[in-house]
Design a protein around this ligand. Structure first.
Ligand code: ZN
Length: 455
């Protein structure tokens, strides 16, 4: 007989346009799939999770995170994007061992689950040796999260890898990883290619990497149009010139797109990931969520890095919401005109964090909404004292809740957090990631001591 779980009596925000919101709803899960969503399913022979007083939402989807940076969390609190290239990519990344990547990916994925993020795009540009990708994938696997593992470059030197780089992602190893772990695209883990793109790489490398992804039928993810550097590259225009735009590509940040580039992304069927807190804090530019919507795109949200900002979706929903409204209000004040009637809404933020993210991560067929037939990636938000009383459950989730309210988390029908506690060996994961931190700090001190002093 099928294993059945019944989530009973919550306020259900399905984020499915046909099902809408249920003031009281039951969700039946059978063998990891959502079997039914109804106002009242009655008494069923199933394991019951009581959701009374809770708000039930689809698991959040983080469409771009460098999970390997969990071991150096908070190491660059005041960094701009330019500083980050030096302090993180040029200083710490070359020192990472495979064990450091494993520890970071395990701890980082558990951090996601704890915060109600059930799907993660792991943008893994830390493949210093062929052992590194295996370690990254093992960390994701051991946490139980749903993830797209996006294979990225090594990070052995800033000059070699990030300025007109002539070094492509190692073709043979990408094929090995595809064959070894991703024979099917229907598993909990899927694969992508995390590319650097024009400006960061010479055209031959760009062509090779795009070609490899397409030959292997895996999606592409690339940072574009951020900060004073890449903001001037015109990367999408360059990709168009190379004939490489396509619906398999996710563009991350997009802060300084020209109107032409927005049109090119839309017309080619590309997707968008915006990392609001990081973009605001580190100088990438304004988080362009409304701009993407105006172009008919469905923007998603991402955490990016925990070296400089927190790793949860609540922070990012609020950062984008506040920033967009601040920008519009400021522009209207400058022009001395009324603010437009249609501004970004709280419900749009919830959609970005769930269904839009699933679309961007290429898994909208299996997650992103509480729709019968999809896999059961579900979060129960406890209406604690920072949320109660609930008048508008969408506002409660997007504008009041935080990680402390994430009571229960299911991924693929498996309970990963219950009663506010992760069902994982959190102490062991914390020990590992603290050991990785210690090893990295020691290695960095050694490297600094042996480096030639600046004049
Ligand atoms: Zn990034």
């Amino acid at each position: 007989m099928a294993h059945r779980t019944l989530i009973r009596g919550g306020r259900v925000l399905t984020v499915d346009p046909h099902l809408g919101d249920l003031p009281r709803g039951d969700i039946l899960i059978e063998d990891g799939a959502i079997a039914a969503v109804e106002a009242d399913l009655g008494d069923l022979d199933a394991e019951v999770i009581d959701a009374a007083g809770m708000i039930v939402v689809p698991g959040f989807v983080d469409t771009h995170r460098h999970t390997w940076e969990a071991a150096i969390r908070g190491s660059a609190p005041n960094a701009t994007l330019d500083d980050y290239f030096v302090e993180i990519l040029d200083t710490f990344a070359p020192l990472y061992t495979a064990a450091d990547v494993y520890a970071s990916n395990l701890a980082g994925s558990l951090e996601c689950l704890n915060a109600g993020i059930t799907t993660l795009v792991d943008w893994s540009h830390i493949n210093n040796t062929p052992e590194h990708p295996d370690a990254a994938i093992q960390g994701l696997t051991d946490s139980g999260i749903r993830a797209q593992y996006a294979y990225g470059s090594a990070n052995t030197s800033l000059a070699a890898y990030w300025f007109e780089s002539t070094i492509a992602i190692p073709d043979a190893d990408v094929r090995r990883i595809r064959d070894t772990y991703f024979a099917s695209d229907s598993g909990l883990l899927t694969m992508g290619l995390a590319t650097r793109g024009p400006g960061f790489c010479v055209d031959d490398v760009v062509r090779a990497e795009w070609g490899l992804a397409r030959e292997l039928a895996i999606p592409i993810t690339v940072h574009v149009a951020m900060g004073r550097l890449a903001g001037r590259f015109g990367m999408v225009k360059q990709l168009d010139g190379l004939g490489l735009l396509g619906p398999d590509t996710t563009y991350v940040h997009c802060c300084y797109f020209s109107e032409q580039e927005w049109g090119l992304v839309r017309d080619s069927g590309g997707t968008v990931s915006v990392a609001p807190q990081i973009e605001l804090q580190m100088g990438h530019g304004w988080p362009p969520v409304m701009k993407a919507i105006e172009y008919g795109l469905k923007p998603s949200l991402s955490i990016d890095v925990v070296t400089t900002a927190p790793g949860d979706m609540f922070t990012n929903m609020r950062a984008a919401f506040a920033a967009e409204r601040a920008r519009v209000n400021a522009d209207c004040w400058q022009a001395n005109v009324e603010v437009p009637a249609t501004m970004l809404t709280a419900r749009q933020m919830l959609e970005m964090a769930t269904i839009n993210g699933a679309g961007v991560a290429g898994v909208a067929d299996r997650t992103g909404s509480l729709t019968p037939g999809k896999r059961a990636d579900i979060v129960l938000i406890d209406a604690g004292i920072n949320i109660a009383p609930v008048l508008d459950p969408v506002a409660a989730v997007t504008l009041a809740a935080d990680v402390s309210n994430v009571d229960t988390v299911l991924v693929d029908g498996i309970v990963r957090k219950r009663g506010g506690r992760l069902l994982a060996d959190v102490d062991a994961a914390r020990n590992l990631v603290e050991q990785a931190r210690d090893r990295l700090l020691a290695a960095q001190a050694t490297a600094a001591a042996s480096a030639p002093r600046a004049a």
